[in-house]
Design a protein around this ligand. Structure first.
Ligand code: SF4
Length: 246
């Protein structure tokens, strides 16, 4: 895969910004600037292959119900009057490098994000954005941790993208949250999961002001400040101090 294009204020080409890019900006404008303007990225870890496997299995399972135009048993159990949505662009929407796209010609950005799933309400015909999550923890899964704001932003960003593509989208989205059981007596090459549906009522009002801030950030010449408590930046600073004092 080629290196991502860097931002150039003078370019008339749309600059691609993914959902994770927007989240990176929310987390730290400096990291976002370093990556998109100067080509300096944080070191990424190995891919989460087990999570991807769970994701793919859920896709297969929900596609079965999509093909049959039926509600999945989890939807019935949670009183969600909907079926998985079928659309000619679904594969593109679910593909990481294409996703659901919106061309923002005012700011010269192409904003995009790959959804896990989309359902359609049987009565209102509004679309319902769905995200699959996989974890393994002793406690019940929830959306209460501070860091899970990123999950909520994720659903809200997809809701916004779909609205920008002309669809009516319900504010309430759903997480299909799979929790791998660790306390089985035997493994037998089988991972068992408890699956819960968790609802999030989205509010996408933060997105357009954030896009304006992203544009301002990329157009400025000064590199934004780092967070005083960021362990990565503090590590880098201490390393530099150590080497310059040797
Ligand atoms: S403060 Fe942390 S998140 Fe921000 S630029 Fe430094 S490493 Fe990146």
């Amino acid at each position: 895969m080629g290196r991502a294009k860097l931002y150039n204020s003078d370019s008339t080409d749309l600059f691609k910004i993914s959902r994770t890019g927007v989240q990176l900006f929310l987390n730290c404008p400096r990291c976002f600037y370093l990556k998109n303007k100067l080509g300096i990225s944080q070191i990424s870890g190995p891919p989460f292959s087990l999570n991807t496997a769970v994701n793919d299995l859920l896709v297969n399972e929900f596609d079965y119900y999509r093909k049959n135009k039926e509600s999945h048993p989890l939807m019935i159990k949670n009183n969600i009057d909907a079926i998985p949505f079928d659309h000619a662009m679904l594969d593109q929407w679910r593909h990481n490098f294409t996703g659901v796209q919106y061309e923002d010609h005012k700011h010269n950005f192409l904003l995009y994000g790959a959804i896990d799933d989309v359902w359609i309400h049987n009565q209102t015909h509004e679309l319902i954005i769905v995200d699959y999550k996989a974890t393994s923890k002793d406690s019940e899964v929830s959306l209460d941790a501070d860091w899970q704001i990123a999950y909520k932003n994720q659903i809200e960003f997809y809701q916004w993208l779909m609205r920008k593509n002309g669809f009516q989208v319900q504010n309430e989205g759903w997480f299909v949250y799979c929790n791998g059981r660790k306390n089985e007596d035997r493994f037998d090459a089988t991972l068992k999961f408890d699956i819960k549906l968790l609802s999030h009522v989205g509010n996408d009002s933060w997105i357009e002001p954030t896009i304006v801030k992203i544009k301002d950030c990329l157009d400025q010449d000064d590199i934004p400040d780092s967070h005083a408590d960021c362990q990565h930046c503090n590590y880098a600073k201490k390393n530099i101090e150590l080497f310059t004092n040797q």
